[in-house]
Design a binder for this molecule. Structure first.
Ligand code: MN
Length: 299
């Protein structure tokens, strides 16, 4: 009988392998991503000063890997601030990150592009949200000229006060009003904020541009309580064909700043290779289970 390849490119976050984006770390991340059978490497752009963009692009291309870039902003460089100088610094970070994405040959720039990554002590203000909308609209227009799609990653309440649910993300995307701005769902955040694993996927539907797969504790897939069967079946139902990237963090691999922003305090695994191979098989098998006997999990 005829089988078809997996419907989605499968990715892995670089933090499964390495904590920084220096030359040696990039070489390790690229080699291990390819060896574990993934199609795409996600690079966090939180340390642009130590990322050699041209060299990294060449390493990715040699390995035949796609790249997606992600980041959150910072409290002193935050487009959702009321303070114009803080907003301007946030806008500059987004512009630099977009330039790096283009330089790397990436087509997706996603994450908490609309705020800092951290716990806010108050709700976002009307003015702050309007600032985020205006800046992201400008970044989206620049991104379109470079063939890049932006992702609005929905993060939980302890990491942002701007977008915690799919409904809020759709409202933000609507207000930005640019068709290269998509919604990015992450099962780890959904577990905290949403009613279930199906409603948000159905609500976002064709605006879905990127997916993070993570357990409720961000460790081994299947070792927690997230209903991945429901989630993958709903992805299939809406016909999602974009990247699906495994995201997992442990104190075994530490990125200066980012690990603290994400509250990675615990050791959930030591062996990134073992973890990533398990995750790829887990995701491929869930995709295949949505179309039994037609999808070839090896491709
Ligand atoms: Mn995520």
């Amino acid at each position: 009988m005829t089988t078809t390849p997996l419907p989605n490119p499968l990715g892995v976050h670089a933090l499964v392998w390495v904590g920084d984006t220096g030359d040696a770390a990039i070489d390790t991340a690229v080699a291990k991503t390819a060896a574990a059978g993934f199609d795409l490497l996600e690079l966090s752009l939180h340390d642009l000063d130590h990322l050699d963009v041209a060299r990294t692009r060449s390493a990715l291309e040699s390995a035949g890997l796609q790249v997606a870039c992600s980041r959150g902003l910072a409290f002193d460089a935050d487009v959702s601030s009321d303070d114009a100088s803080v907003v301007a610094r946030g806008a500059r970070l987004l512009e630099e990150s977009l330039a790096a994405t283009v330089g790397l040959g990436g087509r997706i720039f996603t994450g908490a592009l609309y705020s800092a990554l951290g716990k806010y002590g108050r709700p976002v203000t009307t003015r702050g949200r309007a600032n985020a909308v205006a800046v992201i609209r400008d970044v989206a227009r620049a991104a379109r000229r470079d063939g890049v799609t932006l992702g609005i990653e929905i993060c939980n309440r302890y990491e942002t006060n701007v977008v915690n649910t799919a409904v809020q993300a759709l409202e933000l995307v609507e207000d930005i009003g640019e068709d290269n701005v998509t919604v990015h769902l992450d099962t780890y955040h959904m577990n905290i904020e949403e009613n279930d694993m199906t409603g948000p996927v159905l609500a976002v539907a064709e605006r879905l541009g990127y997916v993070h797969i993570g357990e409720n504790h961000r460790g081994y897939l299947g070792s927690g309580h997230i209903d991945f069967t429901a989630f993958f079946h709903t992805l299939a139902r809406v016909g999602y064909r974009g990247p699906i990237t495994f995201e997992s963090f442990s104190s075994a691999v530490v990125a200066p700043c980012l690990s603290a922003d994400l509250a990675v305090w615990r050791n959930l695994w030591d062996n990134g290779e073992r973890l990533a191979r398990h995750a790829r098989a887990f995701i491929a098998n869930h995709l295949a289970a949505c179309a039994p006997e037609t999808i070839d999990v090896a491709s």
